[in-house]
Design a protein around this ligand. Structure first.
Ligand SMILES: Cc1ncc(COP(=O)(O)O)c(C=O)c1O
Length: 303
């Protein structure tokens, strides 16, 4: 009999109750569902161990505070629930994207936080489609979207909100243009980020990424890559960049928890630099992989 491939379990933990994802439910009166009043984090596993949980939980707390959502759970409790859900999935091949979603909770119609005394907590374990380990095989195309990133004064992109319509509309736009991903500029015409990732580019040997005042998520991977660049002696800069500067870049890449360092090989239908993986992107990709190995050997303290 041919060996059966193990099917990776996908689980949901809803307020402490763990069940197969397709059976998990949440109330239709939840204000996350009704109004998008919800903040979240996406963590990933390496060899089924959750990567950089503390940094993600810190950001979750910051996002929650920005929408005046008081989280009744300690960081230890949340990390414990993540680990308990992972343990319930058991061992096996394949990695998970772990989504921690917190919402205002159930309540009558209305915007007063007092209507919803108890926030909901959902932890989802979904199979992670990993990027290829060799960055030469991982490059994607991107298109500059006509959709502008939400201005900080309207809906600050530093809040990791489950209300993702701004990102989704930009992603639709990119797909219509035949590209894999969208690049967003802000309303002042400065580069901000991708729909699910931060963006970096290399020009004249110097690594550049938009400063946080351009309106973007303060990415965990963005921070790691900036630190790596400093350690590797790569000149780096955070600033405000126009469309023409991005268009003239020698290398461009996205960063995110699930996609790590992801090269952009075509922008708006034209090859970036030589159209193949650039040296700075490759070095940072290798540096990132080395960091993951250190995590696997020594935990978060190893990084
Ligand atoms: C809009 C946006 N920017 C950037 C990122 C990258 O953040 P991180 O590196 O913390 O995953 C994400 C990740 O989901 C995102 O949604």
């Amino acid at each position: 009999m041919p060996a059966q491939r193990a099917i990776q379990t996908e689980l949901a933990n809803v307020n402490g109750i763990i069940a197969p994802i397709e059976r998990a439910t949440i109330s239709v009166t939840d204000h996350g569902f009704l109004y998008g009043e919800s903040v979240y984090e996406t963590i990933r596993t390496y060899r089924r161990r959750a990567f950089l949980v503390t940094r993600h939980l810190e950001r979750l707390e910051r996002s929650a505070a920005s929408i005046m959502l008081t989280l009744p759970w300690t960081r230890d409790h949340l990390a414990g629930e993540v680990n308990r859900t992972l343990a319930a999935a058991g061992d096996g091949p394949g990695e998970y994207a772990i989504r921690i979603v917190t919402t205002r909770g159930d309540g009558p119609f209305g915007y007063d936080p007092a209507l919803c005394p108890t926030p909901n907590l959902v932890i989802l374990l979904r199979r992670l489609a990993e990027p290829p380990p060799d960055p030469r095989e991982a490059g994607i195309s991107a298109a500059v979207s006509a959709v502008r990133r939400n201005p900080i004064e309207s809906l600050d992109p530093r809040i990791k909100s489950s209300n993702l319509l701004n990102n989704i509309l930009a992603a639709h736009d990119a797909r219509r243009a035949g590209a894999d991903e969208a690049v967003l500029f802000n309303t002042a015409g400065f580069l901000s980020e991708g729909t699910q990732s931060n963006i970096f580019f290399v020009a004249g040997g110097r690594l550049r990424t938009p400063s946080l005042d351009c309106g973007l998520l303060s990415g965990v991977t963005r921070d790691l890559v900036l630190d790596l660049a400093a350690k590797m002696g790569i000149e780096r800069e955070e600033g405000r960049y126009r469309r023409e500067e991005l268009g003239a870049a020698d290398e461009i890449f996205f960063t995110s928890t699930t996609r790590e360092v992801l090269p952009i090989l075509r922008l708006d239908g034209r090859p970036v630099g030589g159209g193949s993986l650039g040296p700075v992107t490759l070095r940072l990709h290798e540096g990132y992989r080395a960091l993951v190995e250190r995590f696997l050997a020594a935990g978060e303290e190893g990084i």
